[in-house]
Design a protein around this ligand. Sequence first.
Ligand code: ADP
Ligand code: MG
Length: 237
Amino acid sequence: AEEMMIRSEKLSIIGQLAAGLAHEIRNPLTSLKGFTQLLKSRSKDDSFYFDTMLTELERINLIVNDFMTLAKPQLSHFGYGNVHGMLEHVISVLSHQAILMNVDLISRVSTELPDIYCDENQLKQVFINLIKNAIEAMPQGGNVVITAERLNPDTICVKIKDQGEGIPDTIVHKLGEPFLTTKTNGTGLGLMISYRIMEHHRGSLKICSKEKLGTTVKLLLPVPEGRSSETGAARSC
Ligand code: ADP
Ligand code: MG
């Protein structure tokens, strides 16, 4: 519990810093990009250098964008939303990337889930981060199974299960720390943002991983009072 406390304090400080920092970096970045493109168009000889500069600027841009998401809970828009609809949308957005990687996204999402009180864009961001990680964990292809069901009257359970390489023991205890990545093109921000968003929803995120066998990420989301009175058979999740 103490560790959880420290993590959530860290997250809120970082969230505040991120908001300011991301804005400050974005403007100079836009002008750097513009002038680099201009220079590139003027001198054909050095185009390799300019291309490298543009790629690196794009990488900074990616990290800054991720940070913007981190800062967004401050401008959040909560309302009633449906987990089935959100997951179907995210799955259709990611299906192209999945096909390219030889991955099947298998949806076992109940259509009878009660609406929950949430920020749809933020929750979709969590689903995108986790499903992307699942796809990226299987360079040889495989299945990602996405389940969502009513665990009990008060809780919806979403699971994302892959058959990937699993998470090395050496980094399991660090998951959720900023910039923790084992990927050449990773930012190491996806999980951190996801933990933060789940906290904002009074939900939870748990990762269960076996090396070489795969990873399952389990999300619990509360069903608002009033909507939880409808009977929902308890299930094991
Ligand atoms: P990124 O994807 O940019 O590396 P994340 O915060 O999304 O950053 O993930 C951090 C690290 O956690 C990844 O680099 C990877 O090592 C590990 N990880 C996360 N999800 C999975 C998964 N489903 N399978 C294997 N490793 C994972
Ligand atoms: Mg990721």
